[in-house]
Design a protein around this ligand. Structure first.
Ligand code: ADP
Ligand code: MG
Length: 286
């Protein structure tokens, strides 16, 4: 400490306050910050500002981490990490407008439709991450997970509680509608959830199937019609028509003579739109 060191008693008092206030990050950087004041690097006001920003930043990242875990957003995807040039059919501005999250406040439904690998789950996750950052509660699950959990709850006489739980999040993401057949009675259970959230909470739904196929997806045209009635009111429908990003990544592994239109180019070229004459289904489920 230099000659101008702050009196130890005052510093001790500040430390005691920070401990009592559970401001552990501020406590950690206190000595260094005081040191910088003493060196004449910053003044008292700037030091106070820095100390509080440090504490706030650490708390904010902790809050986001917890909210992501609670919301089951285990694989974090971002809008910044989405290559819009790979999906020219997708209007970047529409996605960026969604990232402003008005649809969450208005309890609207966003449908992301498109073939496997076109980035539906990526975009749904990225929007959900934006919502978490903005302090909104989010829950992410596949349709199959949601229906299984509702069916289990029903068997255990806990359906009402489970529905209430799934209504708590301001934004519910239901991923992968249409990949797996819905179990008997599943459509009915999902309808109860959709009905409970209707005009109360926002949803993002992803599907590789058109709405006309929902009767088949849910194994019941009556339930499908009732579902779509709610899910298409106050809805934003985004259709992605492009090729699989996953296949693009695997394209280098495919021998040249098997490629649809073999180019002797370096690995993973940035292709615009779908490769000519090819519409291969992704081997893995989306
Ligand atoms: P879908 O849900 O439509 O089947 P995903 O969102 O799971 O597809 O995308 C498959 C993989 O490719 C993911 O790892 C995703 O992050 C990545 N991906 C898809 N589209 C893009 C893109 N345009 N830019 C960057 N990564 C992408
Ligand atoms: Mg997916």
């Amino acid at each position: 400490m230099t000659i101008h060191a702050a009196p130890a008693t005052t510093l001790d008092s500040i430390k005691r306050s920070l401990v009592a206030l559970r401001m552990s990050r501020a406590l950690e950087v206190l000595d260094a910050t005081v040191g910088r004041i003493e060196q004449g690097e910053i003044d008292g006001i700037a030091a106070l500002d820095q100390l509080l920003i440090e504490e706030l930043t650490v708390r904010e990242s902790r809050r986001i981490k917890t909210a992501l875990t609670l919301g089951r957003l285990t694989t974090v995807k971002t809008l910044a990490g989405f290559d819009f040039t790979f999906q020219p059919s997708l209007d970047r501005n529409r996605i960026m407008a969604l990232a402003e999250l008005k649809f969450v406040d208005h309890a609207e439904v966003v449908h992301l439709l498109g073939p496997p690998g076109t980035g539906k789950s990526h975009l749904a996750t990225a929007l959900a991450v934006e919502a978490v950052k903005a302090g909104k509660s989010v829950y992410f699950a596949t349709l199959a997970d949601i229906i299984t959990s509702l069916a289990t709850a029903e068997r255990e006489g806990q359906l009402r509680q489970r529905l209430r739980y799934l209504c708590r999040a301001a934004l519910l993401v239901v991923d992968e509608i249409g990949y797996l057949p819905v179990i008997q009675g599943g459509g009915n259970l999902f309808f109860q959830l959709v009905n409970a959230r209707y005009e109360k909470g926002a949803m993002i739904l992803t599907s590789n199937r058109g709405f006309a196929e929902w009767g088949e997806v849910f194994g019941d045209p009556v339930v499908a019609t009732a579902l779509l009635d709610r899910l298409l009111h106050h809805a934003i429908v985004i259709q992605i028509e492009g090729s699989s990003y996953r296949l693009r990544q695997h394209a280098d592994l495919v021998p040249d003579h098997l490629r649809p239109k073999a180019h002797m180019t370096p690995p993973a070229p940035k292709r615009r739109g779908r490769p000519p004459g090819k519409r291969t289904d992704d081997p893995s489920t989306g």
